[in-house]
Design a protein around this ligand. Structure first.
Ligand SMILES: *[C@@H]1O[C@H](CO)[C@@H](O)[C@H](O)[C@H]1NC(C)=O
Ligand SMILES: *[C@@H]1O[C@H](CO)[C@@H](O)[C@H](O)[C@H]1NC(C)=O
Ligand SMILES: *[C@@H]1O[C@H](CO)[C@@H](O)[C@H](O)[C@H]1NC(C)=O
Ligand SMILES: *[C@@H]1O[C@H](CO)[C@@H](O)[C@H](O)[C@H]1NC(C)=O
Ligand SMILES: *[C@@H]1O[C@H](CO)[C@@H](O)[C@H](O)[C@H]1NC(C)=O
Ligand SMILES: *[C@@H]1O[C@H](CO)[C@@H](O)[C@H](O)[C@H]1NC(C)=O
Length: 485
């Protein structure tokens, strides 16, 4: 009898306790939320309530927490542990206008399984954000503004199975973004701004079975080649993943293009040397080194002709081409005048063509030699100098003669007037005879007035010698001037 009463008492106490506790977690609900059982979980729904903070009065027993459609722009550190919500298993923060998430925002959520952060304005996620959420299986980050996924962002989450990153602005995923994620099966990266990815970012994911890549501006060149090959080998490639660049591959599916077409324009690293040699004075060797993915075909081209060991030259000899690894060297034995000109090293690959050239100059060849040609600026300079010198000389001469004449005047007026007349004539003739020199000719032509003077043979030199020529010329003019005055 006593036992029965005791049992009954215990039972009623238990019932009361259960009821009390059930009431507790629902009664403790915030005014903007609904707290009820959903699918066997204690759920708090606070949907579209214009909340700007995480409600603080909810029961710590809440397991599923749905905050869809509020305005929580910044998730501070300890956002949930601060309000004692440490038993969350599912956290929905969809459309909450979230812009930033503190590295420690999810601290304390040790048993959370799913976090939904989709359709927010998140621009950056810092490594360490998911350090405490060790039980995380599903992470939804689609429709945000993420640009970069940094090294170490997702690491050591051994239960993680699904990460959705569709429709962000991702341009770059670092090589160690995903590390030690033995269970990751599904990753979506479609609808981003990716043009290239590296295999290294993904090859450490043993269980990866689904990788969404479509709707990105993929640049199908040599930098994407390894990743493309890997996705096809691992059967991760799915249509409709297409190339956007280069133009010739735009719109093509990755698996419809050969691996070699994922190519880059080759690069010519060294070419040389430009040579100046006398005809008949030996052999000339030009070298060229180029590389690229895929490896380019190298050739030497001279006057639009591709050269080979069998190409005949004017003197009947042929060329010698030696190639090894990235090199193609061209030897021209016994160079002759007709070998002069540009030699082009051409590197061809599906990624494009690159060319560079060297020049073979034959010494003593009037047309290609440079010594005999005076450049335009030099010629102009010389012309101007000549003009100036002449002007000075002439004015000096005139001055000198005037003075002499004045002295004469004092002695005899009549004689002076006569001499004046004569001098004027002389001045004029001097000026006119000098004038032809003003034109800057290549070769110095002696003025006619000097044709009888012995010094003038000295002047028949090139203008390159201008200093001594002008010096002598000035001296000559002065002499003539003095003599005639
Ligand atoms: C939230 O704010 C909008 C506009 O300010 C208002 O129309 C709406 O009624 C608010 N909702 C609640 C639940 O307060
Ligand atoms: C995509 O990335 C390129 C640089 O790679 C950038 O110029 C462009 O603005 C980006 N587009 C968007 C929508 O972010
Ligand atoms: C051209 O000839 C040289 C030596 O005579 C030889 O080493 C080289 O392999 C030849 N090149 C080609 C492309 O046949
Ligand atoms: C070509 O010339 C370069 C530079 O002299 C040399 O290093 C290279 O070994 C040469 N290659 C061949 C195949 O002769
Ligand atoms: C020039 O090349 C020819 C043929 O390759 C060779 O026989 C000769 O020894 C070379 N001469 C010099 C100076 O290297
Ligand atoms: C050689 O290269 C120069 C520039 O490096 C270029 O101006 C010239 O046109 C080239 N010659 C030929 C024949 O391609």
């Amino acid at each position: 009898m006593e036992l029965r009463t005791a049992k009954l008492l215990l039972y009623s106490a238990l019932v009361v306790a259960v009821c009390r506790s059930q009431e507790d977690w629902t009664a403790q609900c915030s005014s903007s939320c609904k707290c009820r059982w959903i699918s066997g979980k204690k759920t708090a729904e606070c949907i579209r309530q214009n909340l700007t903070q995480i409600p603080s009065s909810l029961s710590p027993e809440i397991q599923n927490f749905d905050l869809t459609g509020n305005r929580i722009t910044h998730l501070m550190h300890d956002s949930f542990s601060r309000v004692h919500l440490v038993n969350l298993q599912k956290l929905v923060l969809r459309k909450c206008e979230i812009e930033s998430i503190h590295t420690d925002a999810f601290n304390g959520l040790k048993i959370v399984i799913e976090i939904d952060l989709s359709a927010n304005n998140i621009r950056t996620l810092y490594p360490g954000t998911f350090e405490e959420t060790q039980r995380l299986r599903v992470l939804l980050l689609n429709e945000n503004k993420l640009k970069v996924l940094e090294n170490g962002l997702f690491r050591d989450l051994v239960y993680l199975q699904k990460v959705m990153l569709s429709n962000n602005e991702l341009e770059r995923i670092e090589e160690k973004t995903f590390r030690n994620l033995p269970g990751l099966r599904l990753l979506t990266l479609d609808g981003n701004n990716l043009s290239v990815l590296k295999v290294q970012s993904f090859e450490t994911l043993p269980k990866l079975g689904s990788l969404e890549l479509h709707n990105n501006p993929w640049n199908c060149n040599c930098r994407l080649k390894r990743f493309r090959d890997w996705t096809i080998e691992r059967k991760l490639y799915t249509k409709p993943t297409t190339c956007q660049q280069p133009a010739i591959l735009a719109g093509k599916m990755w698996d419809e293009i050969g691996s070699d077409e994922f190519a880059c324009r080759p690069e010519i690293f060294t070419i040389g040397p430009s040579v100046r040699i006398e005809a008949g004075k030996g052999n000339v060797t030009f070298w060229c080194r180029a590389a690229g993915i895929p490896r380019p075909q190298l050739s030497w081209v001279h006057r639009s002709k591709t050269l080979s060991n069998h190409t005949r030259r004017h003197n009947g000899e042929s060329y010698v081409l030696r190639s090894s690894h990235e090199w193609l060297n061209l030897t021209i034995p016994d160079v002759t005048l007709s070998d002069k000109g540009d030699y082009i090293c051409l590197a061809k690959s599906p990624g494009g063509n690159t060319e560079k050239n060297v020049t073979l100059t034959i010494a003593g060849d009037a047309l290609s030699g440079k010594d005999s040609i005076i450049s335009l600026p030099l010629a102009l300079g010389l012309g101007v100098t000549a003009l100036l010198l002449l002007a000075v000389t002439v004015s000096l001469c005139v001055c000198y003669c005037r003075r002499r004449r004045t002295r004469h005047d004092e002695k005899s007026l009549e004689a002076a007037s006569m001499e004046h007349h004569g001098l004027g004539e002389q001045e004029k003739s001097l000026i006119t005879t000098i004038n032809p020199v003003v034109k800057p000719p290549r070769r110095y032509e002696a003025p006619s007035v000097t044709s009888h003077g012995t010094e003038m043979t000295e002047l028949n030199r090139t203008l390159l010698d201008n200093d001594s020529v002008f010096g002598q010329y000035t001296a000559y003019i002065t002499k003539q001037c003095v003599a005639r005055c």
